[in-house]
Design a protein around this ligand. Structure first.
Ligand SMILES: Nc1ncnc2c1ncn2[C@@H]1O[C@H](COP(=O)(O)OP(=O)(O)OP(=O)(O)O)[C@@H](O)[C@H]1O
Length: 314
């Protein structure tokens, strides 16, 4: 388990991580989401003892990284898959990692097998594709057979096969009872991988909930109602407000209602005999729900988020 309490990191005037408190539990995949610059990598680096918190704590199994006797046996990480010595073979890279951490050499063969790199173990990692590098990084994370795994953007740049593979291994590691914490800035990616999502923006916690709950919440969505008669529109808007929902004018004839179901809006219109030309539930995609959650927390403003539904990275 990973526990963060009041975790804060400042770089000069920039607060990269701002008072984060949460628990990342074992036996499930927790997705760590947030737009670029939200503070995900900094948080992960602090969990791994690579950065020191300005205040607060990041604990792995109740201890700070420095306090762990055999860190690699408790927590494995994939941070930057490209940070490998290009002249080394995959096997020698893992062997040197194993040696310096008191891990038996035969474990190297096991992890090579797990990540499917046995047949290319003698190849220099400088010749590896991104996907192979990612597999090797994950092999390194698994070397000490740790109960906690931290992967920073593990699917970034991978082809669909690679993405599927990472998803599969994350799932099977969680099913074995491990804590799997992986970051992404793509909600759509997490939808298919994570059980729980932690969303941050500008270093602050925005949401920490089961992914199904986030989907359900977003499924509440909005109701689009078209009222041709202006007076009817006014009347319906005021009835919607009195009922505790919010109604915004979208274009000439349309009200966009939040917090209500289409049945509720239809009933409110019916009670006042207001003629409708359209009554439609609009279910936002999970991506939209995420953008709504994180809007206002982008490092460089919100303008580039408009009209995007497939992620935030382009
Ligand atoms: N070593 C550093 N010195 C100064 N500022 C830093 C440093 N590392 C990170 N930051 C700043 O901290 C903030 C959070 O960065 P971080 O890399 O943790 O975000 P992120 O969510 O991982 O983003 P990305 O998805 O782009 O990797 C950013 O404003 C970044 O510029």
């Amino acid at each position: 388990m990973i526990s963060l309490s009041g975790l804060t990191k400042r770089y000069g005037t920039v607060t990269a991580v701002d008072d984060l408190s949460l628990e990342i539990k074992s036996g499930r995949v927790t997705g760590f989401l947030g737009p670029n610059g939200a503070g995900k990598s900094t948080t992960m680096r602090m969990i791994l003892g690579l950065d020191h918190p300005t205040s607060g704590k990041a604990l792995v199994n109740g201890k700070t990284y420095e306090e762990l006797k055999h860190p690699l046996r408790e927590v494995g990480a994939l941070l930057d898959a490209k940070a490998l010595h290009p002249g080394r073979t995959a096997r020698s890279h893992l062997l040197s990692m194993a040696r310096s951490n008191g891990i038996a050499g035969r474990r190297v063969e096991e992890v090579l097998e797990v990540v499917g790199l046995t047949s290319v173990a003698k190849r220099r990692v400088g010749l590896f594709s991104l996907g192979m590098g990612q597999r090797l990084g994950i092999a390194g994370a698994l070397l000490g057979d740790p109960g906690v795994l931290i992967f920073d953007e593990p699917v970034n740049g991978l082809d669909p096969d690679g993405v599927r593979w990472v998803r599969g291994i994350a799932r099977s590691l969680a099913d074995e009872g491990r804590t799997v914490f992986l970051s992404s800035h793509l909600m759509s990616e997490m939808q298919q991988t994570a059980d729980q999502v932690v969303v941050i923006g500008k270093g602050k916690l925005i949401a920490d909930m089961p992914i199904l709950e986030l989907i359900e919440r977003s499924a509440l969505g909005t109701v689009r109602v078209r009222v041709p008669d202006p007076r009817g529109r006014e009347e319906l808007a005021s009835r919607i407000a009195s009922a505790g929902f919010t109604a915004d004018r979208s274009d000439d004839e349309v009200l966009v209602v939040r917090g209500a179901t289409s049945e509720q809006v239809g009933d409110l219109a019916h009670e006042a005999a207001i003629r409708l030309h359209e009554l439609r539930m609009q279910e936002p995609s999970l991506e939209e729900a995420y953008m709504e959650l994180t809007s206002g927390s982008l490092e460089y403003g919100t303008a580039r988020m408009t009209n995007r539904t497939d992620g935030l990275d382009a």
